[in-house]
Design a protein around this ligand. Sequence first.
Ligand code: B12
Length: 208
Amino acid sequence: MTDYADIMTTLISGDADNVCNLVQTELDQGTNAGDILNSALIKGMDIVGEKMQSGEMFIPEVLMSAMAMNKAVEILKPLLSEDDKASAGHMVVGTVKGDLHDIGKNLVSMMVGSSGFDVTDLGVDVAPEAFVKTVQEKKTTIVALSALLTTTMPMMKQTIDAIRESGAEGVKIIVGGAPVTQAFADEIGADGYAADAGSAAKLAKSFA
Ligand code: B12
């Protein structure tokens, strides 16, 4: 059994070409695609999340790792069994209505997606009804709301209320963005808050 140290180190350094080469070499040697996904790539992205949280890695570096992860997953996808493909759950993510900031939201989307969730990204300026519609259409387990403006923070509460009023069951709602705090999350009835994308992935996993 290999420890995939090379793949993880290369993924953390954001070197997409070499991650893909190493993944292909493992496949050529007969290694199972699901094992590479879970024991090398997802594990590697968990470390990226931890390094982001501790301030050891910065946003551009995290983006490079996430892009390398996405490229490697494309190689593995056709070879994954249905079991391997079974995700940790479905998450819908978006920046709330009135707010056009998407850099942090995109990072959350990538980090949570990299940790095994099936993610629907609704983009920016997303109305409460659009979140409700997606929750109803997909078997959504987590809704992630992003806001960067103090003026759009109240829209988070409106969105949470709309989702709860729609009768959605078993859905956990998490919130984040620079002006958002744990106290605000508690006040508006969110199930969780995280300060960065690495912590968001951890939080999402804690609900899976
Ligand atoms: C880039 C930027 C823009 C870009 C956005 C481009 C884009 N594609 O996103 C543009 C130029 C369009 C823009 C526009 C505006 N902006 Co602007 N913008 C910024 C800026 C400089 C950086 C934001 C950013 O991307 N940060 C980097 C990311 C990675 O960090 P983040 O978003 O916080 O995300 C992290 C965490 O918060 C968390 N997270 C984020 N979302 C979520 C969600 C969940 C569920 C979880 C768990 C975690 C989580 O994880 C992320 C990764 O670690 C900030 C200043 C700042 N330092 O924050 C101002 C800032 C947010 N903008 C501001 C303002 C005022 C505006 C405008 C109103 C300006 C204007 N007069 O037109 C408009 C608003 C437009 C609109 N309707 O949204 C103010 C907001 C002030 C306030 N208190 O409300 C700020 C703080 C600047 C300032 N100091 O005045 N802006």
